[in-house]
Ligand binder design. Structure first.
Ligand code: C2E
Ligand code: CA
Ligand code: CA
Length: 765
């Protein structure tokens, strides 16, 4: 039980560990999947934003280069050198060719011309010409940085005009040796992003027109909606704009990137609607994957739950099956197997620790339980078994183990036991069963046979000990039941001996090595042989003659008796034909009543051997009437109704109840040898025989004295009125071949006078 529970616990913890493992693996895998998908989406978006940002930057650079390109067409021009740098600025020309042109054609917001000393000489702001100095003043600080760089040819502003710069060498050639200057940057003009582009005004055809430092053309182009709209349109980036804050107006699709001027000043944020290639991944696939993971998790959870339940059920069923395999269903007591297991545990403990510990085993068998079963039915039998269990349990000590071995067999183990416990336990058990049981309204008195064995004396294995107790029980039954026997070594030898005989007997029956002898019965009236009793003989090749009183009980127990009995009957029927006029007595064993349909067999054999039934007498003992009364009695009736005669054998032994004589009509009573021997010295035996004779006369039965060994006994029997005599004094049992001879000898004596034995020399034996 404990082992089973431990196993199921272990199974449970194994399962729990497995479940945890699967759960953890699944969770980790699901999380990883979600993370990977999310990361892929985020990363795709991020990469796209970076790329888009790059595109925007490139576009801004291009925009800056474009402004330079736009300036170039009018800055590198002989006319411009002539009209702007020589003495007075030709404002009318400048308005047309510079201010209006750049403003209207290219949307340059503010146009200035700076002198060789960087002083403003022309200003065209927001579509109109203004006084140069005052108009330029607000721009001076911002524009100054670009001018400085243009003049110096290098600076620390972030380079922007890559595209334009790429053609630097070409421009130099184009301008015939004049070194043009330029610089363009994105800067913050009062917080607004602007392209500030500066370019030297140099001749394009006649280099000699240039004297000293060149004048500079300055353009300020606002990076406004229109500017960015063009840019965004070309880049397929919708909603490209500059915002003050990063906070996105609409959905998260709007990307905000820090926008700073080339001198590092903050310009707020560049914003546009990113293409977000990862969006489908994040919007659709990720939730689907997440859902899938959750569903898979749920499914696994359910499945593991089922698995757990199934496994628990399995464990429960296993435990149940184990319980059933170890317990007897009727009384819910441990069965033989479990008893043996528990006993072995105690015996092992005893081996480990021998200091005075003992283990007692008692095997209990309810006597004549079969009678209750046969006469009152199986239900009553079951009730009796249960009642016995219920009776025994409370009389035992708490640590005792009561088990049912099946049928009406119980066993008790007491461990640890004290030296006197074997006897005490047997006594307790006998006393518990002594009180009658109430069964279906009837009071039933039972007795029990008990066999007791003990460890360490009788063995250290449960098998040995149970076997020893079983042998003792068997002996108890053999000695007349209703008693307790304690195992001893001789019992084992006895059992061994019986077992050996059984084996040899089987062999002898098979080989036909058994024989029948016949013992005559002498009529008291005339001394003639009226009857012969068939007696089994077995001559063992090594052991010699084996007495039937030894092997018949063994044959009965081994289940050999029905066949052997049938052989005896057939053989006697055959022999009967040789001695017409003689009565043939055949012994019937109680087991022949139980195991075969005796009356059918007799009918069949009588017909086969053409036997007259009235010549055949069957001898039965009280046992036949005691056991299974109803059935056996009806078989006896059937035998008698076929015309056979029936004798009550061995009268005076066992119960010797006169009730049987009144209950059943016998043709003959055979008084047992025990009453005949030394009858003259035993007044009680004398009286009993006297009363049996009286009863026999009244019921018209023959009375036979068995085992007459002396003339004195023969005389006494004749005097008592016994009708037939049987014994060694007259003749020992003889082989069939000698029967006729013996019968003839007795007839001769009978004709001569009264019944007396043959002359000593011719006495059979
Ligand atoms: P039983 O039926 O009482 O048979 C009589 C027994 O008494 C025989 O012993 C016989 O030899 C013995 N006997 C006869 N006269 C004397 C005497 O003067 N003194 C002594 N001491 N003994 C005498 P046996 O042949 O050894 O048989 C013993 C028992 O075995 C029989 O007792 C009977 O119960 C059983 N038996 C023998 N043959 C058969 C058989 O064929 N079938 C059955 N069922 N039982 C048999
Ligand atoms: Ca007999
Ligand atoms: Ca007898």
């Amino acid at each position: 039980m404990i082992a089973a529970r431990f196993r199921s616990l272990q199974q449970n913890s194994d399962l729990r560990r497995l479940t945890l493992l699967i759960g953890a693996a699944l969770a980790a895998f699901g999380l990883a999947l979600v993370v990977v998908v999310a990361y892929a989406g985020w990363s795709a978006d991020r990469t796209a934003v970076i790329r888009e940002r790059q595109l925007v930057e490139n576009a801004l650079d291009n925009g800056v280069s474009r402004v330079l390109d736009e300036q170039k067409s009018i800055a590198w021009w002989d006319d411009a050198v002539l009209n702007l740098t020589r003495g007075q600025v030709n404002t009318a020309w400048a308005d047309v060719e510079y201010g209006a042109f750049l403003n209207e054609t290219y949307h340059h917001a503010d146009i200035f011309v700076l002198s060789d000393r960087d002083a403003p000489v022309y200003a065209y702001v927001e579509g109109q010409r203004l006084e140069p100095a005052s108009a330029y003043a607000p721009f001076a600080a911002v524009v100054g940085k670009v001018v400085e760089e243009a003049r110096a040819g290098a600076g620390d502003l972030r380079p922007r005009a890559h595209v334009f710069e790429a053609g630097r060498a070409r421009y130099r050639e184009q301008l015939g040796g004049v070194d043009p200057l330029w610089s363009a940057h994105i800067l913050s003009l009062y917080g607004e992003p602007v392209v500030v582009s500066v370019m030297s005004i140099v001749p394009n055809v006649t280099p000699s027109l240039l004297h000293g430092e060149p004048f500079l053309l300055v353009s300020v182009v606002r990076i406004d909606e229109a500017f960015l709209g063009d840019l965004g349109g070309a880049l397929l980036l919708p909603n490209l704009r500059v915002a003050a804050g990063a906070g996105a107006g609409d959905a998260g699709a709007l990307t905000s990137e820090v926008f700073s001027a080339d001198d590092g000043a903050s310009l707020g944020y560049l914003q546009w609607t990113s293409r977000q290639p990862g969006k489908p991944l994040l919007m659709f696939i990720l939730p689907l994957v997440a859902l899938g993971v959750v569903l898979a998790g749920a499914l696994t959870w359910v499945m593991i739950g089922r698995l757990k339940r199934a496994s628990n059920q399995l464990a429960a069923r296993e435990a149940q099956a184990r319980h059933e395999s170890l317990h007897d269903a009727l009384c819910a007591l441990p069965n033989r197997r479990q008893f043996a297991e528990l006993l072995q545990v105690e015996l092992d403990a005893l081996v480990m620790n021998r200091n005075g510990r003992r283990v007692v085993v008692a095997c209990i068998d309810v006597d004549r339980f079969k009678d209750v079963n046969d006469t009152m039915g199986h239900q009553a039998g079951d009730m009796l078994v249960k009642a016995v269990a219920a009776r025994l349990a409370p009389r035992l000590e708490a640590s005792d183990v009561l088990a049912r071995f099946g049928g009406d067999e119980f066993a008790v183990m007491r461990a640890p036991a004290k030296a006197k416990d074997a006897a005490a336990l047997a006594e307790t058990l006998q006393r518990a069963l002594a009180e009658p049981f109430e069964l279906l309204g009837q009071s039933i008195a039972i007795t029990a046979s008990i066999g007791v064995a003990e460890a360490p004396e009788h063995g250290f294995s449960s098998e040995e000990l149970i076997r020893a107790a079983d042998i003792a029980l068997y002996q108890a039954k053999g000695q007349g039941r209703a008693r307790s026997m304690f195992f001893c070594a001789e019992m084992a030898a006895d059992v061994e001996h019986r077992r050996e005989i059984e084996l040899h007997l089987r062999d002898a029956i098979e080989r036909g090595a058994l024989d029948l002898h016949y013992q005559p019965l002498i009529a008291c009236a005339d001394g003639a042989v009226t009857s012969v009793e068939a007696l089994l003989r077995w001559r063992h090749p090594q052991r010699g003659e084996i007495a039937p009183s030894l092997f018949v009980p063994i044959a009965e127990e081994a289940g050999l008796m029905p066949a052997l009995g049938a052989w005896v009957i057939e053989r006697a029927f055959m022999d009967a034909a040789r001695w017409p006029g003689l009565e043939i007595a055949i012994n019937l064993s109680p087991v022949q009543f139980r195991h075969v349909d005796l009356s059918d067999t007799l009918q069949r054999l009588a017909a086969k051997h053409n036997v007259q039934p009235w010549r055949i007498l069957f001898e039965v003992t009280e046992g036949v009437l005691l056991e299974s009364t109803e059935r056996n009695r009806s078989v006896l009736d059937a035998i008698r109704s076929m015309g056979f005669k029936v004798a009550l054998d061995d009268f005076g032994t066992g119960y010797s109840s006169l009730r049987y004589l009144a209950d059943f009509r016998f043709d003959k009573i055979k008084i047992d040898r025990a009453f005949v021997t030394d009858v003259n010295e035993r007044k009680r035996a004398f009286t009993i025989i006297q009363s049996v004779v009286t009863l026999g006369r009244g019921l018209n039965m023959d009375i036979v004295a068995e085992g007459v060994e002396t003339e004195a006994e023969a005389q006494a029997m004749r005097m008592l009125g016994v009708t037939q005599l049987q014994g060694f004094y007259f003749s020992r049992p003889v082989p069939a071949e000698r029967v006729a001879e013996v019968v003839a000898a007795f007839s001769a004596v009978a004709r001569a006078g009264e019944a007396r034995p043959l002359a000593p020399q011719s006495r059979a034996g």
